[in-house]
Design a protein around this ligand. Structure first.
Ligand SMILES: [Zn+2]
Length: 581
């Protein structure tokens, strides 16, 4: 257990939270800290803060926060033992065997096993493609598309031969429990016992997470037969609606350029990559979900959704508009000429032509507007129905200047007065006022701070000058605290201080009772000091005077209640003297 604790400490020393979080969230320097858009809740203004000096993060919006371990756990949705294992691997810290609960062990072991089985299967598919006679059709497929060896290697591409038990036999030779391979989604149970291969006669696209582990597979037919794609079903490690194909390779270029290009197919990603464009990711045959957008938001400043002008994907792209708006990620629409996908287009016309279309992409909202208006005639009825569809989308725009711009554009295009559009918008907004807006939240936050100003100042003083703890305890500073959460924090401080003497804020954080206390403490840790060094003594004196005053007032009330007028007079005398001092 001691070794385990020290491994944890070692990881903490080796890891830099700004570097680690920065791999997944775009961070900007802001004073001593870094800020970015929170990956854990929807927001348009960054309230997600990372402190290099404290080695912690905190979101002022949703209150999630903690150290490198908490970040890893929340971001990758893993538990603590898994986070420790991942980070220890990452920073080359050796880990002692840790006693786990049977449930924890089972969960970790199952996931590890599924990753391992996926890894083995990927190797099998890859070897068939690159070295086996059976891989001929797969090689022809990639040759035709001029996908080079390096790409095949970088994306671990493979081929599943057209047979029922190729993988079954391979796994049997490796003494793998086939039930587990079925849990990984690689095999399918036969009705009369036994198993058969899920992927047959298909090109195999392994899907990797950002920890570079294979979570699942996409399989595509070679011809036009159906179904065109077969994916791994939902498993403990594979969630289709969250995964983006190619992100494990594209996330760095996307972060550097600020732009992600979202395409529909695996081969689109590969074709663009072959032509030197490395910012593309693909959804796995699903519509773009809010989880996708949230994930992209960590790397990209804007996303460009690409689709074919005649495809059904058009409707899906439009559907994703509200996900983008709600997540606050700016989005554009890039339209390819009818009958094209990015794969065929870039191969036919070259990258420059693709980039020109990319430059000509329209903001998604504008595209939506044009599309809706083009579907309505000049008839009043058509206009009304277009308005009814557009107003709710307009109403969700949080950027006021953008909103007024679109109101004007809409009124021009419909040929109605701007005031009429505004009136409609006003009516809609009355019924759908924004809730959970970060701006409101911040106001509430600062209001609550203003109300409990002493709580706020005392906590800040202690965090930035822990040596003041003795004096704060002597002063009985709790008399000044009105917020029960902060009182709880000081109770814990007094308790820990009484037992151990020395207090370092970072050590205390983990030992505080309850999330609200930890949240409040973290926020104080991330705030700048209110008092400069040379004001600390003076601040303590002022707090002392304030406390004395409160105490005198209390004893005065008590004296009066007990009918002790002489005592009360004495107290009042004392009080006056103090005030003159
Ligand atoms: Zn948040």
């Amino acid at each position: 257990m001691g070794d385990y604790q020290s491994a944890k400490e070692e990881v903490r020393r080796a890891a830099d939270i700004v570097e680690l979080v920065g791999q997944f969230v775009q961070l900007k320097k802001a004073g001593q800290n870094y800020v970015g858009l929170c990956p854990f809740h929807s927001e348009k203004d960054p309230s997600f803060t990372v402190s290099p000096s404290r080695q912690m993060f905190h979101c002022f919006g949703c209150k999630k926060g903690g150290d490198v371990f908490s970040f890893w756990m929340d971001y990758h949705k893993v538990d603590f033992p898994q986070a420790l294992k991942d980070l220890a691997d990452r920073y080359q810290v050796s880990l002692p065997e840790k006693p786990l609960t049977p449930f924890e062990r089972e969960k970790i072991e199952l996931k590890d096993l599924l990753f391992k089985l996926n890894g083995m299967a990927a190797e099998y598919f890859h070897r068939i493609l690159t070295r086996s006679e059976k891989g001929g059709p797969g090689r022809t497929y990639f040759d035709k598309r001029s996908i080079p060896k390096e790409t095949i290697l970088e994306f671990s591409l493979g081929y599943a031969p057209d047979e029922w038990d190729g993988l079954v036999r391979f796994l049997q030779r490796k003494k793998i429990d086939l039930r587990k391979a079925a849990e990984a989604g690689l095999l399918i149970p036969r009705k009369n016992g036994g198993y058969y291969d899920r992927f047959r006669g298909r090109i195999i696209f392994p899907i990797l997470n950002l920890r570079q582990q294979i979570v699942g597979f996409g399989g595509r037919v070679l011809d036009d037969s159906l179904p065109k794609y077969v994916n791994t079903p939902e498993t403990p490690i594979f969630h289709k609606g969250e995964s983006l194909y190619g992100l494990h390779v594209a996330y760095k270029p996307i972060r550097d350029s600020g732009r992600a290009v979202v395409v529909e197919g695996y081969t689109d990603v590969l074709a663009l990559k072959r032509h030197g464009f490395d910012q593309a990711v693909a959804t796995l045959g699903t519509a773009l979900t809010r989880e996708h957008v949230r994930r992209l938001k960590g790397y990209a400043k804007e996303a460009v959704v690409v689709f074919d002008a005649d495809s059904a994907g058009k409707a899906a792209a439009i559907k994703s508009l509200s996900s983008f708006m709600n997540e606050g990620l700016s989005s554009r629409v890039m339209v390819l000429p009818e009958g094209n996908d990015p794969d065929s287009y870039v191969n036919k016309n070259g990258l420059n032509s693709f980039l020109a279309l990319l430059d000509a992409s329209l903001p998604m909202f504008e595209y939506f507007l044009d599309l809706k208006l083009s579907q309505t005639g000049d008839e009043v009825e058509g206009q009304v129905s277009a308005l009814n569809e557009i107003i709710p989308v307009l109403g969700e725009l949080s950027n006021a200047s953008q909103q007024s711009l679109y109101v004007r554009r809409l009124s021009e295009k419909l040929g109605v007065a701007e005031s009429a559009v505004l009136e409609e918008l006003g009516k809609w907004q009355k019924h759908h006022s924004w809730k959970g807006n970060e701006g409101d939240l911040r106001e509430r936050l600062s209001a609550s701070k203003a109300k409990n100003i002493d709580d706020f100042h005392l906590l800040n003083l202690f965090i930035h000058y822990p040596q003041t703890v003795e004096r704060l305890m002597d002063l009985d500073c709790k008399a000044l605290l009105s917020d029960p959460v902060v009182r709880g924090i000081f109770d814990a401080l007094i308790e820990i201080h009484g037992r151990e003497g020395k207090l370092a804020p970072a050590d205390i954080l983990e030992r505080l009772p309850g999330d609200p206390a930890r949240e409040r403490f973290r926020e104080a840790m991330l705030s700048s000091p209110i008092y400069p060094h040379d004001m600390v003594e003076q601040a303590l004196d002022e707090f002392e005077a304030k406390i004395q005053k409160i105490k005198l007032a209390e004893s005065n009330i008590k004296a009066i209640q007990e009918g002790d007028l002489e005592g009360s007079n004495k107290i009042l005398e004392l009080k006056r003297k103090r005030e003159f001092l």
